[in-house]
Ligand binder design. Structure first.
Ligand SMILES: [Zn+2]
Length: 487
């Protein structure tokens, strides 16, 4: 079965601004007053001259920018919506306020159905903000529930099952403890491989998979060796978190005297088929200021890609120190939202503004850099040259942006207007694999109000369970006080 596309031709005519791929210069460029035709899942024509073939549907795009669908290469849809409004001001300074060690576990959904409800809401938010591809990472519960949410939404999904050989827990307010699983992670690995095989064989063009070991401190060297053997054998990509917190950084130094990135290099994990999630706390980051200066160079030399998620890190007071340094080292940077909001347009805004602050130089990161990261570079990181760019023969994943939206005006450059001003308010229509999934700013594939109501019910129940889940028996108000006193 291919996805529910039909083999009819849709023509977008008189497109005021078309963000088209220029193969000769390996760059996006604007084509003014252009035309684009799609048939089934593919772009079959693009150019300044009108399409000459037969059209089954014609869309007047004279008041639109059409751009490639955005590619989100790092997120956790089955859990993140549960944290909304609770986690943004919360942290433990003893763990550099990273939410991984206490906090996230408090709000996790309890079963596969709840995970799917969270995924639906996440994917709705993503599609409405112009994302057409989502690389999702989670410990798998039920493959059909997880993939089912993706199929229902209509997004292009890379289902990446997380696995580990140990867990980490905040046993006190200031102490983390790592505990190896009794089976060395065998069950977790086998569970993930089942999901990988299932997703790869899933009868939809839109569903694929890659491996997702969790992070260097939670996956044993043996498990990472198995990972790379499997990836080489299957020709698949590997996506894992690393260099994401000072706690992880110091734990890896304690274990073997090498940073997380150096450890992965030693273990043969870095390479062109590997994507590192976050990669923030590298050896030269000021929060660790380690004596080596190798991490970014190792990522660049090995052709490793980075999934950069600036918004969630900024909320905790972290930043990727020097976007420019990673780029200069040859690291391919794609963007991810990690958690809510699943809004890749806001993520581009965060990437450019925070990147400029990090370097203290507005020329360190350009608008084109972050647009590339959210499209063609993210696609390259996940091994796809048929998405993230609009050209003949590429997938019909595209976004129609309304240039008549008030917040896009006065208009001079539509990408700038969208990234810095209008954001998703100007996203009008979205197509994935040739199928329209958003029309006039509303989802066609799912009932947004129903899925929001469902997740609200789950979150309210979760809120009541907080004291049972918290190690210190705290209620939600104590864990995450409201912004102001509530009387
Ligand atoms: Zn993550």
């Amino acid at each position: 079965m291919s996805s529910s596309t039909t083999k009819s031709v849709t023509v977008f005519k008189n497109i005021d601004w078309l963000v088209a791929w220029d193969e000769a210069n390996a760059s996006h460029r604007y084509l003014r007053n252009a035309h684009l035709a799609i048939e089934g899942d593919l772009i079959i024509y693009l150019g300044k001259e009108p399409f000459q073939g037969e059209a089954h549907r014609t869309v007047d795009a004279s008041r639109a920018m059409i751009m490639p669908g955005l590619v989100n290469i790092h997120c956790h849809t089955p859990s993140s919506p549960m944290f909304k409004g609770r986690i943004e001001d919360m942290g433990n300074p003893n763990f550099w306020n990273n939410k991984l060690y206490e906090g996230i576990g408090l709000f996790m959904v309890k079963d596969a159905k709840e995970q799917a409800a969270a995924s639906r809401l996440s994917l709705a938010e993503m599609l409405l903000a112009g994302t057409t591809t989502c690389l999702d990472m989670e410990y798998p519960e039920d493959d059909d529930e997880w993939i089912g949410a993706f199929v229902e939404s209509g997004v292009r999904g890379i289902i990446s099952p997380i696995y580990a050989s140990s867990s980490v827990d905040a046993i006190s307010n200031s102490k983390l403890t790592w505990t190896d699983f009794a089976d060395g992670g065998k069950a977790s690995w086998e569970r993930a491989i089942r999901t990988y095989e299932y997703a790869e064989a899933y009868p939809s063009d839109l569903i694929t998979s890659m491996l997702a070991p969790n992070c260097p401190d939670l996956n044993s060297p043996e498990q990472l060796r198995d990972t790379m053997d499997f990836a080489r054998q299957k020709g698949c990509k590997v996506h894992m978190h690393a260099a994401m917190s000072p706690s992880e950084f110091h734990e890896m130094i304690r274990r073997n005297g090498r940073t997380p990135i150096q450890t992965l290099f030693d273990q043969g994990v870095l390479g062109p088929d590997t994507i590192i999630g976050h990669g923030v706390i590298v050896d030269n980051h000021s929060w660790v200021n380690w004596h080596t200066r190798d991490d970014i160079a190792l990522m660049g030399q090995t052709g490793t890609s980075l999934s950069h998620c600036p918004t969630v890190y900024a909320r905790d007071g972290y930043k990727l120190e020097s976007y420019r340094r990673y780029r200069k080292a040859g690291v391919t940077i794609g963007l991810g939202t990690d958690a809510c909001p699943f809004n890749m347009i806001e993520e581009m805004r965060s990437a450019v503004t925070i990147g400029r602050i990090s370097d203290g130089d507005m020329y360190a990161v350009s608008t084109a850099d972050v647009f590339n990261a959210a499209t063609v570079d993210g696609a390259r990181a996940i091994g796809r040259d048929d998405i993230g760019r609009l050209a003949v023969g590429k997938k019909a994943d595209l976004v129609v942006v309304d240039i008549d939206n008030d917040w896009m005006k006065p208009l001079y450059d539509p990408i700038r207007s969208m990234i810095y001003h209008a954001a998703e308010r100007a996203v009008k229509d979205v197509y994935v694999n040739g199928r329209q999934v958003v029309a006039d700013g509303e989802l066609l594939t799912m009932d947004r109000k129903a899925i929001t109501a469902e997740l609200t019910r789950i979150a309210d129940e979760n809120y009541r369970r907080a004291p049972e889940r918290d190690r210190r028996g705290r209620g939600m108000e104590e864990i995450s006080p409201h912004v102001f006193d509530v009387v």
